[in-house]
Design a binder for this molecule. Structure first.
Ligand code: 5BU
Length: 263
C-alpha cells in the first residue's frame, strides 16, 4: 500500500526530510516552485505571493544580479512566515574537498541557509562525503541527480542505478533524488522530486520537456512537483497558477493513494 506523506515523515533518519514531509502534510501541498529571476525584488515578490501554496522554494542563487546578505535574511523570514523550506539547486559536481568549500564558503554560503541542495554523482562517492562534512552537522539534506528532465540527458540506465546505490550508502544525509519517477521500492524511503512539470506546454526552445503533475505523481510515483515558468512565466497570474499547480499536485497524490478516482 502507498504510504501517506505523514506516515513517511516518521521514517526518515534525516531531520530535513522529516520536516519537509510534515510541511507537505500540514499545507496539503507537494508543490516546489522554481523561481529563476535575476533581481532580488522580483524574487522576493514572487516568493511572497506563492509562499502560502508551496512546501519548498527552489533557488538558483547565482543568477541573482544584486545578491547580498539581505536577500538571504528576507528569504529566511518568508520561509518562516509562509512555512516552506528552501532548496538551492546548486548541482555540485566536483571532488569532495572542492564541493565542501563551494557549499560552505564564497559569496553565497549555501549551507548556512539552504535546507536542501543537490549534487551530480559523476565525481563518485567523494562528492557526498565532502558535502556531508558540512551539511550533516547542520541537519541539512542532499538530493542526488539520478535523472534530468532535459532532452538527451545522459543520466539514464546504469548511471541512474549507480546513483541510487550511492544514496543507499548515505541515507542519513541523502534524502532522495531528482528524477522523473520513483526509483526504489516501498520499503525504502527516498524523496523523489521531479522538475520539468507544466500543464500548458510540452517544452521550451532549449531542450526542457514538460509532463503533467498527474503523469509525474500518479503514473511515475514521484513525490514533489517542481514548477517554474508554468507559475511565474510571462504575464501569468502567479497566485492563480500557484493554486492551480498545488491543487493538481495534491489531487494527483490523493489519486495515487486511491482516495480519488483516476479517470
Ligand atoms: P521551468 O521553468 O519549470 O522549466 O524550470 C525548471 C527548473 O528546474 C529550473 O530551475 C531548472 O534548473 C530545474 N531543473 C530542470 O528543469 N530539470 C532538471 O533535470 C533539473 C533541474 Br536537475
Amino acid at each position: 500500500m502507498v504510504k501517506t506523506y505523514a506516515e513517511r515523515a516518521e521514517i526518515f533518519q534525516n531531520e530535513t526530510a522529516r520536516k519537509l514531509f510534515q510541511c507537505i502534510e500540514r499545507k496539503k501541498s507537494n508543490l516546489c516552485v522554481a523561481v529563476d529571476v535575476t533581481r532580488k525584488t522580483e524574487l522576493l515578490d514572487i516568493v511572497d505571493k506563492v509562499g502560502p501554496y508551496i512546501c519548498l522554494l527552489k533557488t538558483h542563487v547565482d543568477v541573482i544580479e544584486d545578491f547580498d546578505e539581505d536577500l538571504i535574511v528576507k528569504l529566511r523570514a518568508l520561509s518562516e512566515s509562509h512555512d516552506f523550506m528552501i532548496f538551492e539547486d546548486r548541482k555540485f559536481a566536483d571532488i569532495g574537498n572542492t564541493v565542501a568549500l563551494q557549499y560552505s564558503s564564497g559569496i553565497y554560503k549555501i549551507s548556512s541557509w539552504a535546507h536542501i541542495t543537490n549534487a551530480h554523482t559523476i565525481p563518485g562517492e567523494g562528492i557526498i562525503t565532502g558535502l556531508a562534512q558540512i551539511g550533516k552537522p547542520l541537519g541539512r539534506g542532499l538530493l542526488l541527480l539520478a535523472e534530468m528532465s532535459s532532452a538527451g540527458s545522459l543520466a539514464t540506465g546504469s548511471y541512474t542505478d549507480a546513483t541510487v546505490a550511492m544514496a543507499r550508502k548515505h541515507k542519513d544525509f541523502v534524502i532522495g533524488f531528482i528524477a522523473g519517477r520513483k526509483l526504489t521500492g516501498d520499503d525504502e524511503d527516498f524523496i523523489v522530486m521531479s522538475p520539468g512539470v507544466g500543464l500548458d506546454v510540452s517544452g521550451d526552445a532549449l531542450g526542457q520537456r514538460y509532463r503533467t503533475p498527474e503523469d509525474v505523481i500518479v503514473s511515475s510515483g514521484s513525490d514533489i512537483i517542481i514548477v517554474g515558468r508554468g507559475i511565474y512565466g510571462n504575464g501569468r497570474d502567479v497566485v492563480k497558477e500557484a493554486k492551480r499547480y498545488r491543487d493538481a499536485g495534491w489531487e494527483a497524490y490523493l489519486t495515487r493513494l486511491g482516495l480519488l478516482k483516476d479517470d
